[in-house]
Design a protein around this ligand. Structure first.
Ligand SMILES: [Zn+2]
Length: 423
């Protein structure tokens, strides 16, 4: 690594820890979307100090946006003064709820045993801090750069990203010619480059029956039993088929390399209030929410079609079976080619910093890259950042300081590779 850059990075190992702790101190819990504006303004002031031009963009009317909980995003842009491409680092400012089981203050950023603890240290304020300090070091090194560098802090990733990256993408923030390369410092482990994710299809299935007194169920028609027949068909017919389908995409963990289906929620009958008894009725409605994660080799028409085929067959064979099927959400699978500029630059930097080859992986679930691909039509995008993916959203979440510092070096080196002026 260049000596001047090495020195600038070495001087900033404490700064990346400090910035992570400062970001974690904002309790940006989503929902409802607390402390978004002060957190965005803090990041904006930080970037302005390095010569970034700052824009605050509130996604008015986005889900959850209100005067009490404004959806405030921040974008900083630094022009080098030489023509060239633009690289954009995007981090989400929101964190999930704290939940039970913590042994440390979730917002204190406590440093212990080489780790920073707190909600969002791993997912993903540590990664955002690493990107910011990497760029600060690169600018301070005085190495000649071309093009522009952008850093954004966006909201609502944990609830779909509609008031965050999707909103900015709709305004052209993630499209050419404004931006060429995007790195999202999500916690995918310090030596892995994430090039995409599987598809998502959420649907609600409703079975219908007829209400009657629970002592005379033969006078009604039980929607829960109809749903039971559908779940039985899933067990015997669909689950075995899904397990056999394997993707060529490098999805981690290995179990997610198959097609999967989760039954997220089921509701029917009159639920008892706080330990009471339900009323003795035959349930006339049963609703099931399914969470289907599909492979890049599958088509959405087939994903929906095989569910509908099971339901149609039950409707033909089972007396009284009637159903409704409603799509709740659809996100297509995406993949950046590993040979594209950003995956190559990050992989090269990982090998240079860690002394071992990078692994290309794909995520079992989605993240904001979906909006960049679908709305921004920008393909050269990866997720890369410190933090152990499995720790995200857990109690006593932490990021390992050694990984945080290594990822800062990787991001600086990858940026230099993409933005440096060739000698
Ligand atoms: Zn995240």
């Amino acid at each position: 690594m260049d000596e001047k850059l090495e020195r600038a990075l070495g001087e900033r190992e404490g700064a990346v820890v400090e910035l992570t702790r400062e970001l974690v101190a904002f309790p940006t819990i989503n929902p409802p979307g607390e402390a978004y504006t002060p957190c965005a303004e803090f990041l904006g002031r930080r970037l302005a100090a390095s010569g970034f031009e700052i824009a605050y963009i509130r996604s008015e009317g986005a889900p959850g946006d209100s005067d009490l909980y404004p959806r405030t995003n921040v974008v900083g842009r630094h022009e080098t003064g030489r023509p060239g491409p633009t690289i954009h680092f995007n981090g989400h400012l929101d964190v999930v709820e704290v939940g039970q089981g913590w042994t440390v203050d979730p917002f204190a950023g406590e440093v212990r045993d080489g780790r920073i603890h707190g909600r969002g240290t791993c997912d993903m304020k540590g990664g955002l801090a690493a990107a910011v300090v990497a760029v600060e070091a690169l600018l301070a090194s005085g190495l000649p750069l071309r093009g522009a560098i952008e850093i954004s802090g966006t909201v609502d990733e944990e609830s779909g990203g509609f008031g965050g990256v999707a909103h900015l993408a709709g305004l052209g923030y993630f499209s050419k010619p404004r931006v060429d390369h995007v790195i999202i410092p999500e916690p995918l482990n310090v030596d892995r480059v994430c090039i995409g994710h599987r598809g998502v299809w959420w649907a609600e299935i409703e079975t219908r029956g007829r209400i009657a007194h629970g002592s005379m169920p033969f006078l009604g028609d039980c929607a829960i039993r109809h749903m039971g027949a559908f779940i039985q068909a899933l067990e015997t017919e669909l689950y075995p088929r899904l397990g056999e389908r394997r993707t060529a995409m490098p999805v981690v963990p290995d179990g997610a390399r198959a097609s999967t289906l989760n039954l997220n929620a089921i509701r029917a009958g009159t639920a008892p209030e706080k330990g009471g008894l339900p009323s003795p009725c035959v349930a006339d409605r049963c609703r099931l929410t399914i969470d289907r994660r599909y492979l890049i080799e599958e088509r959405i028409e087939e994903v929906e079609g095989e569910i509908r085929a099971l339901l149609d067959r039950l409707a033909a064979e089972r007396p009284g079976f009637a159903y409704g099927l409603r799509e709740l959400m659809h996100v297509a699978p995406i993949m950046t080619e590993p040979t594209a500029p950003v995956p190559q630059a990050v992989a090269m930097a990982i090998e240079a910093v860690l002394g071992r080859p990078a692994a290309f992986v794909a995520s079992p679930g989605t993240y904001d890259q979906k909006h960049i691909a679908r709305i921004g039509h920008l393909d050269d995008c990866v997720a890369y950042g410190p933090g152990i993916l499995d720790l995200a959203h857990q109690p006593d979440e932490f990021v390992v300081i050694e990984d945080l510092v290594a990822s800062m070096r990787v991001m600086a080196l990858a940026t230099l590779r993409l933005m440096g002026v060739p000698a």
